[in-house]
Every structure is written in C-alpha cells, then in structure tokens.
Design a protein around this ligand. Structure first.
Ligand code: NI
Length: 205
C-alpha cells in the first residue's frame, strides 16, 4: 500500500427545525420580489405587487450545508417559500435543471403545503403535492420548481449531489415551465398550460 491516504470526513449531525432553520449552514441566499421579473405570466399583477410591497420583499430563502466537494458528497439544505399569488398563479421559486442533468434530488416537506412542479426537456410534465411527512424523489433530467399553494411558508428539506450545480436559464429561455400552478377557484390548485412556453433547449450536460 502507498501512503496516499484518502481523507474521510467526520459524520455530521444536522438539526433541522420545521421552520427551516438548519445548523451548520455554509450558504444562505434569498430571492426578493424584484428578482422574479418575467417569472409570472401576469406581469401586471407582479408589477403592482412590486409597487405595493416593494422590490425587496422576501419571496424565498435557502440554507444549505456542503461539507465536501465531489460527486460522492451530498448537499443538505432547506428551502422556505413564502405564500403569495400573482393573478391566479401561486408563488414559485425560479426553478432549475441540474447542470449535470442526471443528478437526482430528494425534497421532504417540513411544513406548509406546496407542489413540486416538474418538466423534462422532451415534454413530460408532473406536479406532486407535498404536505408535512411527504417527500418527492426527483429523478435526474427533471427540471424542478417549488410552488406554495397554501397560506403559510412552504418549507422543504432537500438533498442532492454536491457536484450537480444549477441551470436556471433553461426555464427563462423557454418562456417559463410548461404548466402554471393556479388557484382552482376554491381552496385548491390545478395546473394549466403556460401559453408563453415554447419548448426547452437540450440540456448542456
Ligand atoms: Ni435541484
């Protein structure tokens, strides 16, 4: 045997609150209302929300813990998406495809009520409702976005490969995802086709 030892990290205990607080976060980021330009179909509803509430209104925040790089490591984190609607459309995260597109991701709902909205570049689409105790195992090659269809913060715990990366542009370049999650006119939600969607380009990896 040579002396080239493999560095093995210590196991890490993470405490996760139902509100999304996570011990040992190495990264925190926030998206504000002003960052969501062009995301919602009803531009006027978004513009009037900016005028009414301010461009710096918090829409969602993410905390994540990355203790190691490389394809074998996991990133663990929480996403907190506040409730809201723009026209009939519920509040969403920007969404992405992993830059290494075969990388999967687990989302487990800690609190609130939401939907994981999913598309493939070749035209498949899915919407999975999440409430506390429910998780969605998102296979590789699916574009994914969280949607808050409730009236309290929608908090999820997620985990994915540390080398996955995010391609956010793929959604914007397509005119948005294939479907929109909108109010069903009662207390629920439904999906409708997004009239601006013009198909996805091929994934870069
Ligand atoms: Ni992801």
């Amino acid at each position: 045997m040579t002396s080239a030892a493999t560095a093995i990290d210590q196991p890490t205990l993470i405490e996760i609150a139902p509100t999304g607080q996570l011990t040992g976060a190495t990264r925190h980021y926030e998206k504000q209302l002003g960052d969501m330009a062009g995301v919602y179909l009803d531009e006027r509803a978004w513009t009037s929300a900016v005028e009414r509430e301010g461009a710096e209104t918090l829409i969602y925040s993410v905390d994540e813990q990355k203790y190691q790089d490389g394809p074998g490591a996991l990133i663990v984190g929480t996403s907190t998406l506040l409730p809201g609607s723009y026209g009939d459309e519920f509040a969403v995260t920007r969404g992405h495809l992993h830059a290494i597109s075969d990388r999967a991701e687990l989302y487990y709902c800690l609190s609130g009520r939401g939907v994981m909205l999913l598309d493939t570049v070749d035209g498949r689409t899915a919407a999975v409702e999440l409430t506390p105790g429910k998780a969605v195992n998102v296979p590789g090659h699916w574009i994914h976005r969280s949607v808050n269809v409730g009236d309290e913060p929608f908090v999820t715990l997620f985990s994915y490969a540390a080398d996955a990366g995010q391609d956010y542009a793929i959604i914007a370049e397509a005119g948005g995802m294939k479907t929109l999650v909108v109010s069903d006119g009662d207390a629920g939600w439904t999906t409708i086709p997004n009239p601006r969607h013009r198909g996805y380009r091929k994934a870069s990896a």
